[in-house]
Design a protein around this ligand. Structure first.
Ligand code: FAD
Length: 461
């Protein structure tokens, strides 16, 4: 029920963290009102702009988020850049509490010479490009080379490798919402070989078995590994936890076992290849004619074992010719506003159980709380934890909700003064509708609008 005296909470960011936090708050109490502010005109964060287009099943969480957004006590305001269009102090005056769930929009850089050369991209931008993130529309990566090197061996690295090597036919028929310009560029791509490079060894690799299996089974593609990298690995297997054991077994099978006749034939006919390169760190991107032409890698050895093993330089280096370098060594959260504490070393908002340290009334959830690791389910759990902290504080009185706050009313007035036009959830539903219909023509679940301007136009139509 609505009452001007209801506790008013705002959430900054509409990715999984924002939506799961809102969901828990709305469910737990019959009085709280939750407003979600989002920088882009469209909701869902990395579910729309990160998750690989050939993983449509992962995007089903959107149905749950849509239910939350449709809740009578929930409102969505897209196209509002918090920290710029409206400050955190202004939100603090309008709401009883703020939950910061704005994700990790920066990326870790390699910090090596040559990393700004043409032909070098961050995985974040590359993924943003094929997923239709407006700020990455003009990336138009040069795919005219034979070999691509990806630095990093997590799931994002494997997503990028798979998209680079997947037959475009497969991306077309598998119900993907990859953008048409990306599909066209990939159809013209001359990339035939992708090396996925990691500092440490096979037992430290950061991907999961689903993503590895997809590489192993990728049509028209054969594995190309270095057998010596796997020395001693099968002996070490008995002591590792089961998920890693299964992952490593699949790697060992792929790298070392002589395949059956059918698989041999498949591999010999494949026109493309992929492989892990272990124990290597980037030293320098090598240039020729003003663009990336290779990468110099330092050769490491491992000290210690298991997850804690350290890569130590041997002093040896190795040059790998390649025309495309994609660094996939991690996303990074950015500070949002001077008034919010930020731990720039760990690149997170310092917090205990989601309560921002030394900032009563501020909470955080998702990647900005934990750092940029974990799947959607992990993000869901830590967002529920944050919601529980907030509810506890309301119950205990640590969070004072007795005074009346104006909520979105005062913020809407501020935004109007500043010429910022928020997109409501029904505005998003118009965009969704247009995208879905545009997709039907080519048998895709959606054909995304690619610019903020287009999105705003449709939302206001
Ligand atoms: P985000 O999803 O990034 O959401 C943050 C939101 O905040 C964004 O919408 C952003 O626009 C908004 N925002 C940022 N700044 C502001 C601001 N100043 N004002 C207002 N709003 C702002 N997980 C899986 O389970 N399966 C997968 O297959 C999978 N694939 C992935 C692929 C990639 C490439 C990546 C990077 C991640 C993948 N994940 C996957 C992980 C999953 O996406 C994350 O766990 C989850 O999205 C983190 O949620 P979040 O809400 O913290 O951040």
């Amino acid at each position: 029920s609505f009452s001007s005296s209801n506790p008013k909470i705002c959430v900054v960011g509409s990715g999984p963290a924002g939506f799961y936090t809102a969901q828990h708050l709305l469910k737990a109490r019959q009085d709280v009102e939750v407003d979600i502010y989002e920088r882009l005109p469209v909701p869902f964060g990395l579910v729309r702009f990160g998750v690989a287009p050939d993983h449509p099943e992962v995007k089903n969480v959107i149905n749950t988020f849509t239910q939350t957004a449709s809740h009578a006590r929930c409102n969505f305001y897209g196209n509002v850049n918090v920290g710029k269009d409206v400050s955190i102090d202004e939100l603090r005056r309008a709401y009883h509490a703020i939950v910061l769930s704005y994700g990790a929009e920066g990326n870790r850089s390699m910090g090596v010479p040559g990393e700004n050369l043409p032909g070098v991209y961050s995985a974040k931008d590359f993924v943003g490009w094929y997923n239709g993130l407006p700020s990455c529309r003009e990336l138009t990566p040069d795919l005219s080379c034979d070999t691509a090197v990806i630095l990093g061996q997590g799931n994002v690295a494997l997503d990028v490798a798979r998209i680079l090597l997947a037959p475009t036919k497969m991306l077309k028929v598998r119900n993907t919402d990859i953008t048409q310009p990306a599909l066209d560029a990939l159809a013209q791509s001359r990339v035939r070989r992708v090396l996925i490079v990691g500092r440490r060894g096979p037992l430290q690799i950061a991907c999961t078995i689903k993503e590895l299996r997809e590489m192993v089974n990728l049509p028209d593609c054969r594995p190309e590994m270095v057998a010596a990298d796997f020395e001693g690995v099968s002996e070490a297997l008995k002591d590792v936890p089961r998920p890693r054991k299964r992952l490593t077994e699949l790697m060992l099978k792929t790298a070392l076992e002589t395949p059956g006749e059918k698989e041999q034939e498949r591999r010999s006919k494949a026109s493309r290849s992929w492989g892990f390169r272990f124990f290597r760190s980037p030293v320098e991107v090598l240039a020729s004619g003003g663009r990336a032409a290779g990468i110099r890698l330092a050769v490491n050895r491992l000290e210690g074992s298991g997850d804690g093993a350290q890569a130590v330089l041997t002093g040896e280096v190795e040059d790998v010719p390649c025309g495309l370098v994609i660094s996939s060594i991690g996303y990074r959260s950015l500070p949002i506003d001077e008034s919010v504490p930020f731990d720039s070393r760990r690149a997170v908002i310092p917090n205990s159980m989601g309560r921002v340290q030394q900032a009563a009334g501020l909470y955080c959830s998702g990647w900005v709380k934990t750092g940029p690791t974990g799947v959607i389910a992990t993000t869901m759990n830590n967002s529920f934890d944050t919601a529980r902290s907030l509810l506890e504080d309301m119950d205990s009185g640590a969070l004072d909700v007795s005074s009346t706050r104006p909520g979105s009313q005062s913020i809407s007035a501020l935004l109007a003064e500043r010429g910022v036009k928020a997109v409501t959830f029904s505005g998003w539903e118009k965009i969704d509708d247009v995208e879905t219909r545009r997709g039907e023509v080519s048998g895709k679940p959606r054909e995304k609008l690619l610019t903020v301007q287009e999105m705003l136009q449709v939302a206001r139509s």
